[in-house]
Write a protein that binds this ligand. Structure first.
Ligand SMILES: C[S@@+](CC[C@H](N)C(=O)[O-])C[C@H]1O[C@@H](n2cnc3c(N)ncnc32)[C@H](O)[C@@H]1O
Length: 280
């Protein structure tokens, strides 16, 4: 399970907002890097959530998908969404499992996708203090991906850098929340070191502009529980910090400055929201 978000609760509202930004790029990465037709490619969507990326990949023609997540609630939503693909054996397996372990044999998959899941692993190790984050579970997870991939298989990671997070307008209101949230994400350098140690070669790094939330610019969003539940950022906020966010927004609104403040601060469309890695 996530170390900080209860997905068995948030699964009810997660799909109100989320969109699979970059699924088209994932498909092209598969097409260009796996020497098979898309219909024969078998991908593991690890931390699949409600299956938004898998749904898009199947619509683009990926022929075989295995879905895996730690949350039974998220998997129930996935099964409803992908009922046809399950009936047609495009979805070959739906497995409840907690990373770092991946319960499949060596060389099972052509591709492994980790989309916005790796920051839910414990960044620390037992016995270390809060400042020490060796991302041991992340490294174990990437090593497991190496094991379950065929020799010529590809690893695709959709993650966020600290910059991606700070480009978001609502992550610039209370720095205490943002400071806690960013500690959960490995840096590009830390990813690179882990790829080197686990036998991967990173052949492409991309930054994606745009948003993962349909209603990204809902300026009342932080006041709405269902809106907040679509981004685990808010799971890092104490009641006091959440209250501070609301007071700041109210104050800007009362002064008639909120729209301009958001336009000035939101940089997801110019500087980026997601970082993708492609490894072989
Ligand atoms: C932000 S959601 C991302 C879902 C989906 N990949 C997407 O991009 O829409 C994070 C997902 O990771 C799952 N998760 C968190 N920790 C996990 C773990 N240790 N093992 C497997 N899944 C985990 C959660 O249950 C949740 O469904």
């Amino acid at each position: 399970m996530s170390v900080f978000e209860d997905y068995n609760t948030t699964c009810a509202s997660y799909d109100n907002q989320r969109q699979p930004l970059g699924a088209d790029i994932v498909v092209e990465m598969l097409r260009l890097n796996i020497k098979k037709q898309l219909k024969d490619v078998h991908i593991l969507d690890a931390g699949c959530g409600t299956g938004n990326y898998s749904k898009a990949l199947i619509e683009y023609g990926v022929g075989k998908v295995t879905l895996m997540d730690a949350s039974s609630g998220m998997l129930e939503q996935t099964k409803k969404k992908l009922v046809n693909a399950i009936e047609n054996n495009i979805v070959t397996d739906v497995v409840q499992n907690k990373l770092p372990k991946i319960p499949f044999g060596n060389g099972t998959f052509d591709a492994v996708l980790f989309s916005l899941v790796l920051h839910h692993l414990n960044p620390r190790s037992d016995g270390l203090n809060d400042e020490e984050r060796p991302f041991k579970e992340l490294e174990q997870t990437i090593a497991e991906a190496r094991r379950v991939l065929r020799n010529d298989g590809v690893l695709i990671i959709i993650a966020q850098s600290e910059d991606d997070i700070r480009n978001n307008w609502y992550c610039q209101i209370n720095n205490d929340i943002t400071k806690k949230f960013v500690t959960k994400f490995a840096s590009c350098k830390q990813y690179q070191d882990i790829f080197d140690r686990t036998g991967f070669q990173c052949i492409q790094k991309l930054r994606l502009l745009g948003t993962i939330l349909d209603d990204h610019l809902n300026l009342d969003g932080p006041f709405q529980k269902a809106w907040r539940e679509c981004d685990s950022y808010w799971a890092c906020a104490t009641d006091e910090e959440l209250n501070d966010v609301m007071q700041t927004l109210k104050s800007l609104k009362n002064k008639g400055e909120l729209d301009d403040w958001v336009i000035e601060h939101d940089k997801v469309n110019s500087h980026g929201i997601l970082t993708m890695f492609l490894c072989k």
